[in-house]
Design a protein around this ligand. Structure first.
Ligand code: FE2
Length: 433
């Protein structure tokens, strides 16, 4: 195998080790449904193998189905999450054997495939990028399931750099056009393509994500009781859900506590807020006299380098993430404190755009002009429309392989079990422009 193939093989090993680590527990925990929002963990485990079989073995490798009956069971579109426990899915041992069998053949395909040929599925290892990113995305979903399970001791924690004192700092992005999306990232999904020019008036965006301290001030100011701050649908959600603080927060003896992977702890006020839905982010922004950034504003502040007239892969440049630049890949089971990564700042000075928490934007999930679905409609196209809001930047649980300036995530505005936070923005006044 050449170097690039070795690199792909190493990524395949790394993501599989991650999936196996999250499912290295008693069978009962793997087959149980911990929340109607989530699949049993054992469904995710076999599903990533089935996806690899469909794309690497069959589409790229021309190999006949190993277990054709698997396709229906692990088709995310046929079976909503709440119904998955009642399906005759594979048990934990069977699932591990199935995905191992698929993986062995996938490595054979990698050995023989021409990564520089004309087929866009093969070129630059796109099909392997597809399954590696997909499995990492399911690993992040598994972490959300483990958080909901309230079982202690299943998720590894770790050490992160300290933060620094931060105020209500914002950075200015002057009026001008930039290139949104990409034509050059080899593993970019269809929804990130093609690149196109967008003109934005001048605006301010927060240097950091909104912290727990600032969010607690909104809660303590009665933010959840005043419909004035909420969008009409947001206020309906607020009334129906009876939410009064971020998910997993409770108030005891004048202190905010949270339960993180089964363990209660005081809410660290210096961390970015997480587990808020879009409606909560939107209400906070209004209370703070601000608004959520649009997706274009977020992306320009993250990666646009006006000096070179091109977009960086990450805020700090094109080299991959390092521990002093961003909190990604589950180094610890939480976001890093605000100000922990000054070296990871974007050209405009925004920090922690990548990693820590997914950031809600104001934008609904729509195709870019000239969009073409690839390699299948169900990846992005069927989700376009007003039902989903876009999140950007990746969380502490996202892997570097599945995060970049142009990467788009999307979810329903009521979702808060995901590792989601936000930062605010505002349009520049005429004097500021
Ligand atoms: Fe999937």
């Amino acid at each position: 195998m050449n170097d690039f193939k070795e690199q792909i093989a190493a990524e395949l090993v790394a993501v599989r080790n991650r999936s196996l680590a999250y499912t290295d527990t008693e069978d009962d925990l793997l087959v149980r449904q911990h929340s109607p929002l989530m699949s049993p963990l054992v469904w995710d485990l076999a599903h990533v193998g089935n996806y690899e079989e469909l794309w690497v073995l069959r589409e790229a490798g021309g190999i006949t189905p190993l277990r054709p009956e698997m396709d229906d069971l692990y088709d995310a579109f046929k079976h909503p999450r709440k119904n998955r426990p009642s399906l005759p899915i594979l048990g934990p041992d069977e699932a591990r054997r199935y995905i191992e069998g698929v993986r062995g053949r996938a490595l054979d395909v990698l050995d023989t495939i021409d990564l520089h040929g004309p087929d866009p599925l093969h070129r630059d290892g796109f099909v392997f990028g597809l399954v590696i990113q997909h499995e990492h995305q399911h690993d992040e979903t598994m972490l959300a399931t483990l958080q909901l399970s309230k079982e202690p001791g299943l998720v590894r924690d770790g050490v992160l750099p300290p933060g620094r004192a931060t105020g209500d700092e914002e950075v200015f992005v002057p009026a001008g056009s930039f290139l949104m999306g990409t034509d050059v990232q080899p593993w970019a999904y269809d929804n990130e393509r093609p690149a196109y020019r967008v003109h934005l008036p001048g605006y301010w965006i927060d240097r950091f994500p909104v912290g727990n301290d600032a969010y607690a001030a909104f809660v303590e100011d009665g933010g959840y009781d005043d419909p004035h701050w909420w969008a009409p649908e947001g206020w309906l959600w607020r009334q129906e859900s009876h939410a009064s603080a971020p998910l997993f927060w409770t108030r005891e003896g004048g202190t905010w506590w949270r339960t993180r992977f089964g363990r209660p702890e005081p809410v660290p006020m210096e961390e970015p807020v997480q587990h808020v839905c879009w409606y909560e982010a939107d209400a906070y922004a209004r209370w703070a006299g601000r608004r959520l950034p649009t997706e274009a504003e977020w992306e320009k502040a993250c990666g646009w380098d006006a000096a070179t007239g091109r977009s960086r892969t990450y805020p700090w440049g094109d080299d991959g993430p390092r521990p002093d630049l961003a909190n990604l890949g589950h180094r610890a089971a939480r976001p890093a404190p605000l100000g922990a990564f000054p070296a990871g700042a974007s050209p405009y000075g925004a920090e922690q755009m990548i990693g820590d928490v997914w950031e809600w934007t104001d934008s609904v999930f729509l195709p870019y002009p000239g969009f073409r679905s690839f390699p299948y409609r169900e990846y992005s196209e069927v989700f376009f429309g007003k039902d989903y809001r876009v999140l950007r930047g990746g969380s502490w649980a996202a892997d570097p392989a599945a995060v970049r300036t142009t990467f788009r995530n999307w979810d329903h505005p009521i979702r808060r079990q995901i590792f989601s936070g936000f930062r605010c923005a505002r349009s520049a006044s005429p004097e500021e422009v």
